[in-house]
Ligand binder design. Structure first.
Ligand SMILES: Nc1ncnc2c1ncn2[C@@H]1O[C@H](COP(=O)(O)OP(=O)(O)OP(=O)(O)O)[C@@H](O)[C@H]1O
Ligand SMILES: [Mg+2]
Length: 225
């Protein structure tokens, strides 16, 4: 479903060379995959390449069989909107909008009419266990609840792949596992895949597939797809 083929993205800074180097990996459909590795190992760099937010120096990103990393910005933007979802460490919800309105946003950007967007957003919030909290604004929700709204916002447009950068890092320890369980349930239910960057052991323990990064290189792949 997602294939990264010999990806290199190098940053030269003060004589130091950092980034990711010659990384190849594959995330099948319906898979909960984790990019694990210490700080500076290249997890965010790789997610940005996979999310078409950055272009590789070498190699290719192949999404559903299509080479996509060197498409013009407009086409990449369209793919991000239609086929990819994003979840961030700091949730990135719009503070003045309700949970429901936050989830409606990308649907309306996709061109769905308000009533249809409202219905789809409500269904998705229900799937993440927040049917009782739809009218709350982010500031009126716990961190774990806010991150579930962010997951609902990523899932509502029905992407094939959701990219999540340290999604549990702002939550206290007890919330990381349940959030991953929620992602695993979604993988099974809809066939969406997740690629999650994390060094949280409770996140790594729940993955179907773990890619270990060290100094920008893939050092091991664990688990069967
Ligand atoms: N824009 C940039 N300019 C120069 N160097 C960069 C840039 N972005 C990342 N790097 C370097 O690339 C390497 C990988 O960084 P990256 O952010 O991908 O790591 P990470 O695994 O996400 O780390 P963390 O767990 O701390 O988030 C690091 O050595 C970092 O300093
Ligand atoms: Mg990072």
């Amino acid at each position: 479903m997602l294939r990264l083929h010999n990806l290199t993205r190098a940053y030269e800074l003060g004589g130091e060379r950092a980034g990711v180097f010659d990384v190849s990996l594959e995330v099948p459909a319906g898979c909960l995959a984790v990019l694990a590795g210490p700080s500076g190992s290249g997890k965010t760099t790789l997610l940005q390449l996979a999310g078409l937010l950055d272009e590789p120096d070498e190699g290719e990103v192949i999404l559903q069989g299509q080479r996509v990393s060197r498409l013009p910005e407009k086409a990449r933007c369209d793919l991000r909107l239609r086929r990819l979802g994003f979840v961030f460490q700091s949730f990135n919800l719009v503070p003045v909008l309700s949970a429901l309105e936050n989830v409606m946003l990308p649907l309306q950007l996709q061109g769905l009419h308000e009533a249809a967007a409202r219905q789809r957003a409500a269904e998705t919030l229900d799937q993440v266990g927040l049917s009782e909290r739809m009218e709350h604004r982010p500031g009126q929700l716990s961190g774990g609840q806010q991150q579930r709204v962010a997951i609902a916002r990523a899932l509502a447009p029905r992407p094939v792949l959701v990219l999540a950068d340290e999604p549990t890092a702002s939550l206290d320890h007890a919330h990381g596992g349940p959030l991953m369980d929620l992602m695993a349930t979604q993988c099974k239910a809809s066939g969406v895949s997740f690629l999650v960057a994390s060094h949280d052991p409770s996140v790594i323990a729940r993955a179907n597939l773990v890619f270990r990064l060290q100094d920008g290189r893939l050092t091991a792949t664990e688990g069967a797809a």
